[in-house]
Design a protein around this ligand. Sequence first.
Ligand SMILES: Cc1ncc(COP(=O)(O)O)c(C=O)c1O
Length: 405
Amino acid sequence: MDSSYFSQLAKAIHETGIAHPVLVIDKERLDKNSSCLANVKSQNKAVRLVAKSLPSVPVLRHLMQRLETTRLMCFHLPFLMHLTEEIPEADILIGKPMPQRAVESFYQWQSQKDTTFEPEQQLQWLVDSEQRLFDYEALARRLGLKLRINLEVDIGLHRGGFANLEAFERSLRLLKQSQHLCFSGIMGYEAHITKIPWYLGGPQRAEQQAKSSYAAFVSVIETVFGDPQQYCLNAGGSTTYPLYTSQDLCNEIACASALVKPSDFDVYTLQSHLPAAFIATPVLKTVARPELPMARGLSRLLRITGLLHHQAVFIYGGNWLARPCFPEGMRKVRYFGASSNQEMYSLKEGTPLKSDHWVFFRPTQSEAVMLQFGKIAIYENGRIVDWWQSFEYPDTLYPLASHSD
Ligand SMILES: Cc1ncc(COP(=O)(O)O)c(C=O)c1O
């Protein structure tokens, strides 16, 4: 990666007076990536931002505005609560089937809140099986609720959901008759596509299979409910969104990670996206001829064989789900073990790095890493221009057992 990019970023960080590990989002790159994603709208698809992958209200708000969408996908009860408070206009699809108890907790919590969020219009719960449908129906009846139900369909990933068209049709008919549940759409996820090796058929074949199986579910919806396009037909994810055209039957695409492109998303479908999130951290100590404890001879041997470099640093923090990306050639010293406090990295010979200089990492994924830093530094036009808060947990989520004696 371009060294002048990181020199400029280090300068911007230095100028703010920051002296601890920070997560930086490059807003210009984020915006460029979001313009790539916006192309799905010209293919007649709406965008649904996957909140777990960019867990920050200001980040989501910024993108919702740019992409002209209020649709979010949410995977975690505390964050559902947080979102309904912070973005009460959001239209939320739950991305995985939640335990009944979590559904109940949400409504209990919501009944004590003064929010304009209306679950009957704005929330879809995901159901993956007939059994869960019966359970949700019983729960909704007991609580006197009306729940909107989106059915998870298995289109090849095999992470659960309806795989069988008969069970799917029975569930649609149950939903049609139910007083407490109503059908809102389907969700089919296919993150496996770009990863299928040629000897298992390759990505193209996986894509064809996923799309034809999605179409089969859509035709059952047509049989039971009529025009399927009036429902939420969700598909896609970061690695697959560019594969969808107006010919495909889904009417919305879920996506988020691609907008900051962590290293797990270095795939051929995202070549037009740029990495936009980096961990920056200061060097604490530089070490010439790094040595392992009690192993002077072995360390020498490792250095001679190139398994240990001649120069190393201890950095402030470490052990993140991230890979070093600058300076070039920086590598984790595995023999020394991982440390979240001060981790050792070896450097290529001649790397001009001193204490207090900055080193950079690319997160392998955004969802966990963004939550580790509290506030995220926003980098724009060569400067840190703002700090955006990552998701917070609502206070009311920590009940204690009540004593009954
Ligand atoms: C159901 C579902 N849809 C879409 C996504 C895509 O999210 P992202 O674009 O952040 O990879 C995910 C990711 O886990 C998912 O589980």
